[in-house]
Each structure stands twice: as C-alpha cells, then as structure tokens.
Design a protein around this ligand. Structure first.
Ligand SMILES: Nc1ncnc2c1ncn2[C@@H]1O[C@H](COP(=O)(O)OP(=O)(O)OP(=O)(O)O)[C@@H](O)[C@H]1O
Ligand SMILES: [Mg+2]
Length: 658
C-alpha cells in the first residue's frame, strides 16, 4: 500500500526528510514500527541507498522477519533487517576480531551455560553458572568492568575469553564486544562500515544497552543518518543491561537531533489508552507525552478475580471457546503473564478443552529442563524400561554428585545394568525407582523424588534470576500434582496428562501464551493479563523504587497489547483449593477505572443450581450461566413470586446467597 494512503501527517513528517539524526518517541500502538518500515521502503524506492547499504535493527529475529516481509511487499527488495547480534556477527565475518579468523563458531546460551559450568567447577568458583552468566552480561552490556572486579570474576572472565578464542568460538555478548573492539581498533574496518551503511534504523530503541549504543553511535558518525524509534515507558530489559537513559539523553550526543512525537494510537480503544496513560503517570523517571486515540470508546476493561488459578484458566478458556463459536479466530487472543510458570495451568486447561495454543518465546511448562528432570523419575516409576527417562534420571543423580553421566549401554534390563554400574549413585537408582513405583499418591512420589535426589536444594544454590525461576518451576510442580490428584492419583493418568499438555501445537490458528517480555511490539484483539496478583506485578523479587517502576512498565506493555478487549485476571489464593489469600496487583488501582468505584462481585461462586439474592426480587435459583458477546456474565434466575429473570452480573444487584 502507498504511504500516503496509510500514514497520518505526523508519521509522514518523519519520512519527509530521510537525512540526519532522528528519534521518534511515542507511546504504544502509535505506529513507530509501521513508520520505520515505511521509512526503509522509501529509502529503497527512492534509491537513496541499496538494500545492503541500510542497517535496520529490531529486537527479535521474528520482528526482523516481519519487517523484511513488509518491505519486500512494498518494494520488491528484501533488505537486511536483523538483531544487533546478527549484524555484529556479519561484521566479524568480514573483519575478524583480534585472535580470530572469519570462520568462528557462535556459542548459544545453552552451550555458554555448559562451558561456564565446567570452568566454574574446574576453577572451584563459588558461584552458580547462571549467576556468572548474568554478571558477564551486565558487565559487558553496561561496559562496567567494576562489576567483574566486585564479583571476583575478572580472572575467570579472562580465562573464559581465552578458552573461547582457543575454540574459535564467540558467545552472544561477545559478538557485540568484539564488534566494538574491531571498530575501535581497526580503522579500516570502521571506515569501511561507516562508508557502507548510509542509513541506520533502530526499533525498540528504549531497550538498547550502552554497549550496543556505542556501536550504533560509531556507525552513525559516517553518513550521519540515523533513525531510532522507541518508547521509554516500555523499557523492560534493564536486567540485561538495557538503559532507558540512552534514549532520554540522546540529544547530548547528537545536538542536531530532530525528535518527532506520534501521538495518535491506532491500536487500542479509548478506554484502554486512557487507563494505560493513567497508570504510567505513576512513574517518575519519564517525560510525559501526549498519547490518545480516535478509536471507539470500547468496552470496559474487566478486572476479574477468581477463587484460584484453575478457575481463572477455566474462565479464560470458556470465554475463548464461546467467542470462537461466534466467529472469532483463536489467534485473536493473547494470554499474557509475568512469569513462565503461569503458563502451565493455562496449557493444561486449553489441552483439556482442545483449544489450540502456542507458547511463544520459550518452551511450555512441561518442556522445561528442570521439570523434565523431576518427571523422568515419574516416568521411570511407571515404566522401568524407559531408556530416555533412565538416562535423564541418572544424569540428575550424577549432577548431584558433581559428576557427569553419558548414558548407560544396556541391551537388556536397564535396572539390572544400573545395579552393576561402577558409580554408587547409579547403583541406587533401582531402589529409588522401586520405592516410587510402590507409592499410591502422586504427591508422595514428588516429595520422594526431591528427598532422594536433593534436586531442589541443588537448584537453590543458583542465586541468579534464571536459577530462581527453576526453583519456582520445580516447586510449582507440587501444586500441579496436587491439583491433578484431586481427579486421579494414577501415575499413568498423570503422565498422559503431561504428554497431552506438552504436545507442540501444530495449529496455525492458535491462542498465544506469552510472557510480558515476549509480548513486546505485538498486538491482539483480546488480551488476558493473567495472574495479576500483588506478588507477581510488581514481582516479589523486584521491590526497590527503580524496580517497581520497571514492573509498572511491564504492566503498561501488557495492557497496551490489547486492541479491543482487555481482561485483567487474578486468582485469590495462591495454591489450588487452599493456601494463603493474595490480593490483586496494586497497579490495577492505578489504571483509574470506573469499576474501582463499583467493585464486581465474585462471579465464580455463582453457578447453575446455586442460590442468589437480588435486592428487588429476593432469593432465587440460578438456571443458566453464560457469557454474552461482550464477555459479561449473564444468568437466568427463577425467583418465587417474580418468575424467571435474565440478569447481567456487571450491573445487576445480585449477591451469592452464602
Ligand atoms: N496511520 C495509520 N493508520 C492506520 N493504522 C495504523 C497507522 N499507523 C499504524 N497503524 C496500525 O497501528 C497498529 C500499531 O502500529 P505499530 O505496531 O507500528 O505501533 P508501535 O508504535 O510500533 O507499537 P509498540 O510501541 O507496541 O511497538 C498496527 O496495527 C498498525 O498497522
Ligand atoms: Mg513497535
């Protein structure tokens, strides 16, 4: 489509002059990514640069693919759009880093973890590999050596770098540090890159780290054409070294910077935009900016609390089902949550209801390595011949001993082979499996696995945020099992349930399940922000004033993914059926909603056959409960003396008769 048919006057203004340094600062859904995409197309169409002379940087590979596709549709050319890491790798293939050739191997996060784990063991480092990885990322992205000195990691880092070099390998952050090193130390490389990239375009600029920024700044000094777009209210990656101040202070480095403000939101309804604005004004480290929409007023944002997470998931799934019956697609729905663990109950509910879903940006709950580790003992208890489960369980025992295990070669009986193994911990395995098999309670099996392996205590030694998440995932399994065991305590049934829930969804049209961090840049017709409790948003580990501001930005990102409908849902108790009560996220109050003045009743306790009390009609029996097309619950009630009435629970003065 032609830009004049699509872009509004402010957006067109950004495109008017393609030269110079520009920054577009604007709220979510105001068309930043759209405008950059048109900007890129315009440069190509007007032949201001060849596609290979443009460097367009997005935050994820998926976003890069999307932008390439759009530009190709508009121009017939396929430009280079990539994450900054892949760009850095490209540069290093052409201008090898010191001590490297262009033929190097990129070490991904998993391999990096294994390597750091091995080196930490050898060097007797008193830190978990995840924590080491986190500190290396911060030190490199913030360009702050003191972090390494403070953590006693300076020596380790040098040995790690030397080893990587010996192996002709570079890790992810290393791509950036080596790229910068090359540009700084090799004038010919810098000159060549500066001459080649006539235009630099950066999306999601608020999440750039100081290291990434210095690379961009150096390159921009060539032709002086840089356009960055972003929203400091959506900066959510400071734990990886991103710094929103770079965006706030860009003018210091580029005094001739032109800043554009797009004010009009095309994505969300008035109600959503108003609530989002109300919320984010509670942050102090920001500059206020106009952000409005001409879209329809829209439906009320629904805040719903449920007895527990199971009821919450039931509501979400039955709502989606009824909407799909009315003609909506599954992909109209996005269910967003703060931490990965929360996907499990949604996944199992969706599986049970045959709703196709896709967990974005990571494995589903049951696919997580730590969860699989524990489950391998369950599988082995159910089937002593399961070789995969055996090897996994044996590896867990080996790791507890600080050893490695390479899988047992056994032609016949695995347990027999294990009894003859030279390692004493492998010899214990048959006994453990025997004990687990003899138990009739799933919870007992779970507790025994942890007792025999000491796995949870092992995980707790990892103080990094990745390690803390693993602990949460394994602890959460107790809740999953306790929920399941209310239906059945049969091990086979439980494993079937796990398999069904974990099966990758091959469907094209699917509900998306994703964390707020992976929801960046995306939009959905209807968003459920699930698990919006006081200890999740803000996350209980992030309680300093700065951290709470970042948590509020996360809430803001989640809210602003919604185009038409937004549900914020919250389970009232932590554990299914029991456990301590929890309040809803304090950020909900900051949305300034009407409903705060008219709190909704606990709809989950209203069910068919139950009794309710109506201010005018008195006591009556519920005949039917259903959602109307706006997602509001409606009930049919028979009142002795007044007959059958249809009531909308959003408005009707009804209370449960308890
Ligand atoms: N001028 C316009 N007219 C109509 N729709 C538009 C216009 N500009 C953008 N849109 C639409 O608005 C939605 C949001 O646009 P886009 O994703 O580019 O916003 P954004 O500012 O990048 O958002 P975020 O901050 O969440 O990344 C998209 O569906 C896009 O197609
Ligand atoms: Mg965007």
């Amino acid at each position: 489509m032609k830009e004049e048919d699509v872009l509004n006057p402010e957006q067109k203004k950004v495109l008017e002059n393609t030269e110079g340094v520009k920054m577009v600062v604007s709220g979510p859904g105001t068309g930043k990514t759209t405008t950059v995409t048109y900007f890129l197309s315009r440069i190509i169409k007007r032949e201001k640069a060849l596609p290979e002379e443009i460097l367009a940087v997005t935050f994820t590979n998926k976003a890069a693919e999307e932008m390439k596709k759009r530009v190709e549709e508009m121009t017939g050319e396929r430009p280079h759009v990539s994450t900054i890491h892949y760009f850095a790798a490209r540069i290093l293939r052409e201008f090898p880093a010191r001590g490297y050739s262009s033929d190097f191997y990129i070490v991904d996060d998993k391999e990096q973890f294994r390597l750091i784990a091995r080196m930490s063991r050898e060097l007797k480092l008193d830190k978990h590999p995840n924590e080491v990885m986190e500190k290396l990322t911060l030190a490199r992205n913030l360009r702050d050596r003191n972090i390494l000195l403070r953590e006693g990691l300076e020596g380790f880092y040098h040995q790690y770098l030397a080893y990587l070099r010996e192996q002709r390998s570079i890790d992810f952050d290393g791509l950036l540090t080596w790229c910068l090193d090359t540009l700084e130390k090799k004038p010919a490389a810098l000159r060549s890159c500066q001459a080649r990239f006539k235009y630099l375009l950066i999306d999601e600029f608020q999440d750039i780290s100081p290291l990434q920024y210095v690379i961009i700044r150096l390159l921009a000094q060539g032709w002086g054409n840089l356009i960055c777009v972003g929203d400091f209210d959506q900066g959510i990656y400071s734990f990886r070294g991103a710094d929103i101040n770079i965006m706030l202070n860009l003018k210091k480095d580029f005094p001739r910077l032109t800043t554009y403000y797009l004010e009009r939101n095309y994505r969300s309804t008035q109600k959503i935009v108003r609530a989002a604005n109300h919320l984010i004004r509670h942050n102090t480290r920001r500059e206020d900016k106009p952000h409005w929409t001409e879209r329809k007023e829209g439906e009320e944002i629904k805040i719903k609390s449920f007895q527990d997470a199971r009821k919450e998931a039931d509501f979400i799934s039955s709502f989606i089902k009824s909407e799909v019956q009315r003609g909506k697609s599954y992909s109209d729905f996005g269910v967003i949550y703060r931490v990965n663990t929360l996907s499990q109950i949604l996944e199992s509910t969706f599986s049970g209801e045959s709703i196709p879903y896709l967990v974005m940006g990571g494995p589903g709950y049951f696919q997580r390595a730590e969860v699989q580790d524990v489950l391998s003992f369950f599988k082995l208890a159910a089937d002593h011949r399961d070789a995969n489960a055996f090897n996994r369980a044996a590896l867990v025992l080996a790791r507890m001993q600080g050893s490695s295990f390479r899988s047992l070669k056994a032609n016949g009986d695995l347990m027999e082979a294990a009894r003859k193994a030279k390692e004493s911990y492998i010899r214990q395995l048959p006994g453990i499996v025997q004990d687990l098999s003899s138990r009739s309670s799933l919870l007992e099996i779970y507790r025994l696995v942890l007792h025999y392996t000491g796995y949870l205590n092992f995980l707790k030694k990892d103080k990094s945020s990745a390690g803390e998440k693993k602990v949460d995932h394994v602890e959460y399994l107790e809740e999953v099992i306790s929920g399941f065991s209310q239906k059945s305590n049969c091990l086979g049934d439980f494993l079937d349930f796990v398999e069904k829930t974990g099966a990758a969804s091959p469907y094209h049209d699917s509900v998306k399940l994703l964390t707020i961090h992976s929801a960046k840049g995306l939009e959905f017709n209807t968003v459920f922000l699930a698990g919006a409790t006081e200890n999740m948003l803000p996350h209980y580990r992030n309680q300093s004033p700065e951290e709470v501001e970042e948590e509020r930005r996360l809430f803001y990102v989640a809210v602003t993914r919604a185009q038409n409908r937004l549900f914020i849902t919250c389970p009232k108790v932590k554990k299914q059926g029991k456990g301590s009560r929890q309040l809803s996220s304090p950020f909900i109050k900051e949305l300034g909603l009407e409903s705060d003045r008219n709190p909704s009743k606990d709809e989950t306790s209203i069910r068919r056959g139950g009794m309710v009390y109506h201010q005018q009609f008195g006591k009556g029996e519920v005949l039917e409960v259903e959602n109307n097309h706006r997602g509001e619950k409606e009930i049919k009630v028979t009142f002795p003396g007044s007959g059958v009435k249809k009531l909308n629970l959003e408005y009707a003065p009804v209370e449960t008769d308890q």
